[in-house]
Design a protein around this ligand. Structure first.
Ligand code: ADP
Ligand code: MG
Length: 763
């Protein structure tokens, strides 16, 4: 008796060594499960021919076409024959060239149609495939070259195309789409005994088909109507596996509770609220109450607070920190850069006033202290800060990643606030968590909206809350695109506008995509820009492309280098901004110099600053009223929005000028127009997401296969994810180890054993 086939069974035993080796080496497919989850990229209809006009030289393609003519001749200089088979789609033609294979003339007779795969070359102005792989529809004659391993007999081959729909798989040079289809057919027949991981009751509740039926319908659909229910069911498998993992983790966390830090009447928080110079917005009150409640519980808070730039997240975070201090613990406030940490230190100190300078003259009775720990502190200042953290003298410790160092200890860490999530990795959150015996509560602040489903899945279960309104009395910021390709004269108006603002007490930022200068070392700022250049414009399919998508803009390589701070500052200083007090700010400057420049700008000792994206976050200068962004098309939508948040922070109306030479109809211009059209960060986040591929949002390491998510889209399948979460919570509550559902338990185990899903453990 042969052992039963399971999802883990190696393909080697089922397909024959040669095919199994090619699958493993070229596509990383080695088990039954790997193969079954290698889904068709699309389906070709037998009667439908590939649009040959869409093919580009150099592409690896699989096309459906019909033979129009065949000619054969002896080669002039060499011995042998040359067979030229012209196939067409009705409009354009593609030439298939074979050397010394005269039998091709019989195989590929006029009128025959089939699949042809290879790399597109060109001869004269005719595109061609040299020695393509060929698969003829409905022909049973033995075709010598097409199949590694004697996998199928002729009868089966004829059946392969009995259906009108041909699955087109991501393939590779060594193994063709149709070979994968045949392997699939064989495996589908072998898995009849496999148990369905989804409980029947759940399938019924959610209207899902069985797993074996789903595999059949996605790999061998009889019509396109089969595909959707199959995809739906298979997406559920992906969603439920992740959600069960998370539900189990929640149960486990309940066994490692946080220390409750409930509100204490008459403490620092009350004193703070009493001296707050403004009224909290309704949103701040609701979110504040929610956070306050969670901090008072045993369950570790793990919350993401999203809100527009300027929506008042810092105040919300500070109130949470004060509650924790009132309860006898400390808070750590983690910022992505030194400039920003310094800014937070000042902001927190000034918001706290006499409540934040314990031990100094004029401090309130139960005041606390705010201290800062960054990499650039002097040895003495560092020792003092370390002592204040470890001794508990500092209620709030603000810092950069220096806070993560092992030597940094807290007397009693109760809350970790992380500003600007997108700059911090999950691992770093973990290090901070590990700095206290009981897990601290965690509050993440971000101005870059993260879809709820992504937060729920990739960030391992952050609960999300959103501040939707801005505090009243915020100045208007108007944004315009300055298209210098069509309107070169407008650039002069930008500079005269800046001069005008400076004359009336305003201040300006001129933002460039990079630092520039001769040494173009890899500093942080440039890395950001390089990444941004790729954003959104990238539409090429990955893998062995069976289809091509025309690139929507000229190649990045062909572009002019983006403008640099150093050159621009030099030009402006000698030219149009000659009369102004001008300085530069960028990531390569020493921390104290950056800080001094920022201070000078904030205090009005400078009129304008030429800078990189280092100003993107945090720095608060109410008088800043103009921002001119050079090569604005080199920035991402969300980043432009974030940059723009630096102006209009006081009562002075702001003007943001997006300077670009992108052509009027380009996607880049479309993105800039979108930024100009709205100040709604959430709307822009949607534009941004739409412009990118999902993989880029999740980061390369978390996209596609590597995340274990193949069909499920974190952006588009919110309903499935939400429902799967409900089901998972329910299942795990009744049966934490899933003893009643061994097949599902095995699937969950496989996910956590798989380092592809590492991100789940780190979150
Ligand atoms: P965010 O961190 O969300 O960008 P901040 O917390 O830095 O926003 O707030 C921006 C500015 O608005 C700060 O100067 C802050 O003191 C002020 N602010 C916060 N909440 C309010 C409010 N309810 N009313 C008026 N001003 C507020
Ligand atoms: Mg802020």
């Amino acid at each position: 008796m042969t052992p039963a086939v399971t999802r883990d069974s190696p393909l080697r035993a089922l397909l024959g060594g040669k095919t199994a080796t090619v699958l493993a080496e070229q596509l990383g497919i080695s088990t039954v499960d790997d193969l079954l989850s290698h889904y068709p990229r699309r389906y070709a209809e037998r009667g439908e021919l590939t649009d040959l006009a869409s093919l580009r030289v150099g592409d690896e393609v699989t096309v459906v076409a019909k033979v129009r003519s065949v000619s054969q001749r002896r080669m002039r200089n060499k011995r042998g024959t040359l067979t030229d088979v012209v196939v067409g789609d009705g409009r354009r033609s593609l030439s298939l060239v074979f050397f010394n294979q005269p039998w091709r003339a019989q195989q590929l007779a006029v009128g025959v149609s089939g699949l042809f795969a290879g790399k597109i070359g060109v001869r004269g102005n005719q595109i061609q495939l040299t020695h393509p792989e060929c698969e003829i529809f409905g022909v049973t004659s033995s075709d010598l070259d097409s199949d590694p391993g004697a996998l199928v007999d002729d009868v089966e081959r004829a059946q392969t195309y009995a259906s009108q729909l041909i699955p087109v798989y991501p393939a590779s040079r060594g193994i063709q789409s149709w070979t994968i289809a045949r392997c699939m057919r064989l495996i589908l027949d072998a898995v009849e005994e496999i148990e369905d991981p989804l409980p029947e009751a759940m399938r019924e509740r959610r209207g899902l088909i069985g797993i074996r039926q789903a595999w059949r319908m996605i790999h061998r659909p009889e019509s396109l109507d089969d595909v959707e229910p199959a995809r739906m069911r298979l997406k559920w498998d992906e969603a439920i596996t992740v959600q069960v993992t998370l539900a189990q983790r929640r149960v486990a966390q309940a066994g490692n509770p946080a220390i409750p830090r409930p509100v204490r009447e008459g403490g620092l928080l009350d004193a703070f609220d009493a001296r707050l110079p403004f009224v909290l917005t309704a949103g701040q009150q609701v979110v504040g109450a929610e956070i306050g409640h969670e901090l008072g519980g045993h369950k570790p808070m793990n919350r993401l607070l999203q809100g527009e730039v300027g929506s008042g997240k810092t105040v919300v975070a500070l109130r949470a920190m004060l509650q924790v201090i009132d309860a006898g613990a400390q808070a750590a406030f983690l910022a992505p850069t030194e400039v920003l940490a310094a800014q937070h230190l000042r902001t927190l100190r000034s918001l706290l006033g006499p409540l934040g300078n314990a031990g100094e003259f004029g401090a309130e009775e139960h005041a606390t202290r705010v201290t800062m720990l960054t990499g650039s502190l002097s040895a003495k200042a560092r020792r003092a800060a370390l002592a204040e953290a470890a001794g508990g003298g500092a209620g709030i410790v603000v810092g950069t990643h220096a806070l993560l160092e092992e030597i940094v200890q807290f007397a009693e860490l109760g809350l970790v606030v992380i500003d600007e999530q997108h700059r911090f990795g999950v691992e770093q959150r973990d290090v901070l968590r590990a700095k206290s015996a009981a897990p601290p509560h965690v509050l993440v602040l971000t101005a870059t909206p993260i879809p709820r489903t992504v937060a729920m899945t990739v960030y391992g279960d952050l609960e999300t809350t959103t501040l939707t309104e801005l505090p009243a009395g915020r100045a208007e910021v108007s944004t315009s695109v300055v298209p210098i390709r069509e309107k070169p004269a407008w650039l002069d108006r930008v500079w005269s506008r800046i001069v005008e603002e400076a004359r009336t007490g305003g201040r300006a930022f001129v933002v460039c995509p990079r630092i520039g200068g001769d040494e173009d070392g890899d500093d942080g700022d440039n890395a950001v820009v390089t990444q941004l250049i790729d954003d959104g414009d990238e539409s090429a399919e990955q893998g062995a492309g069976n289809e091509t998508v025309p690139a929507d803009e000229e190649a990045a390589a062909a572009r002019r280098a983006p403008r640099g701070v150093l050159e621009v500052a030099d030009l402006l200083g000698k030219g149009p901004l000659g009369g102004l007090r001008l300085a530069i700010l960028h990531g390569r400057l020493p921390a104290d110099e950056k800080d001094a420049t920022m201070q000078a700008f904030a205090h009005g000792e400078l009129d304008a600053m030429v800078t990189t994206t280092v100003v993107e976050v945090g720095v608060d200068v109410p008088e800043a009223s103009v921002m001119a962004i050079l090569d604005a098309d080199r920035f991402g939508v969300s980043q432009l929005h974030q940059l723009r948040g630096r102006i209009g922070r006081g009562s002075r109306p702001g003007v943001c000028l997006l300077i670009t030479d992108a052509p009027p109809d380009s996607p880049a211009r479309g993105r800039l127009d979108a930024v100009a059209a709205t100040r709604d960060g959430f709307e822009l986040a949607r534009v941004d997401l739409a412009a990118r591929r999902e993989g880029n949002i999740l980061g390369a390491a978390q996209s596609g296969r590597r995340s274990g998510l193949r069909l499920l889209s974190l952006l588009n399948d919110e309903e499935i994810i939400t429902q799967a979460r409900e089901e998972a919570t329910y299942l795990v509550a009744l049966d934490p180890d899933l003893t009643e559902h061994p097949a599902l338990a095995a699937q969950v185990m496989a996910l956590s054993a798989d380092d592809r899903a590492d991100y789940l453990d780190k979150a």
